[in-house]
Design a protein around this ligand. Structure first.
Ligand code: LMR
Length: 334
């Protein structure tokens, strides 16, 4: 009888272990934008490739549009292992105590996305990811969205036009300095709250890519957009370190391949996604679009230039110089 019981228990355990082994590994990928954006499409591309390359041993659940967590909460959830993957803007690592990423917020630093891609594909990019390891986070890749433009309910053509306006920003000290340098008042706010805050006049304006503006319907509550291209929205695709290190090596290899292909895809589609968004905003006839002339861009850049020295200690003189060298090389190569 005892033998039969332990044999039954052993069979049950074996069946359970076997069933467990057949359970797919779940990756919860949470983010704050819609599916119809560079990051949204990148996350779905990663899901498709990851599930195909692992032949179903991994299942990626994508939660867009702050469905699960808002900006700040999603980083905490990743550290706790409540979700396994995120792709927050690099402007949002300050609250984690890793403010060096804010170097990418310095205005007019990158003349085009290629010069930015060269920087993040190099030692600066990998060096930044090392800063996340002690936080229990592993960086996998950088994804691009686009260049930022300003919107408000009054025309923004001259620096004076910013005086006293409340402008929504991401949680970055350098962006705070940028808005103050323009004579306006910075207001940090979660992305999912921006539309309502603009609609109710809690803030007067904001800065973001056309893709983010259009997909969050911000153009419906903003009468003017200035194409200033004064900064970038870029993402760091990150995972919970314990989860990533605990994966079977063959699975990690397939996921890394899926990530590399998704990353290439996102950088390829980003510019068109934003050009399409500008066309859709134009077609909606809700917002007057003003192209800031190069001469005025130079004036705005000059007004914000003190930020480069003001935040040198935060971002690191060496990092700043490495980026400037790389950008100069990218520019001369052209
Ligand atoms: C923002 O908060 O404006 C952006 O970072 C949102 C996003 O993820 O693109």
């Amino acid at each position: 009888m005892k033998f039969a019981q332990s044999a039954a228990a052993a069979i049950a355990l074996a069946l359970f272990t076997c069933a467990q082994a057949q359970q797919p590994i779940i990756i919860k990928f949470s983010h704050v934008v819609t599916d119809d954006t560079p990051k949204g499409k990148g996350a779905l591309k990663f899901k498709e490739l990851a599930e195909a390359k692992t032949k179903g041993r991994v299942k990626v659940e994508v939660y867009p549009n702050s469905q699960l967590y808002k900006d700040r909460e999603e980083l905490e959830a990743l550290q706790l292992g409540a979700v396994q993957m995120l792709a927050p803007s690099v402007s949002k690592f300050g609250p984690l105590g890793v403010r060096k990423f804010e170097v990418f917020d310095l205005p007019y630093m990158f003349p085009d996305e290629k010069s930015l891609e060269n920087v993040v594909e190099g030692p600066v990019g990998s060096g930044m990811f090392k800063l996340l390891e002690p936080k229990g986070i592993t960086g996998l890749a950088y994804w691009f969205n686009g260049f930022k433009e300003f919107t408000a309910n009054k025309p923004l053509k001259k620096l004076d036009d910013f005086k006293g306006l409340k402008i929504r920003i991401q949680s970055s000290k350098i962006l705070e300095g940028e808005i103050k340098a323009l004579g306006a008042i910075p207001q940090v706010m979660a992305f999912s709250e921006v539309y309502t805050a603009l609609q109710q006049g809690v803030v007067d304006g904001e800065e973001n890519t056309p893709s983010n503006k259009y997909t969050q319907k911000m153009h419906e509550v903003q009468k003017y957009m200035t194409m200033s291209d004064h900064g970038v929205v870029m993402y760091a695709v990150i995972v919970n370190k314990k989860f990533w290190d605990g994966l079977p090596p063959d699975i990690r290899k397939s996921l890394s391949e899926a990530m590399a292909e998704s990353t290439k895809y996102v950088w390829q589609i980003a510019r068109q996604e934003n050009e399409d968004a500008v066309a859709k905003i134009k077609a909606a006839k809700t917002t007057e679009i003003y192209l800031l002339p190069q001469a005025d861009k130079a004036v705005w850049r000059k007004a914000m230039l003190p930020l480069y020295t003001q935040y040198e200690d935060v971002v690191g003189k060496d990092t700043l110089q490495a980026i400037e060298r790389s950008v100069a090389q990218s520019t001369t190569k052209k």
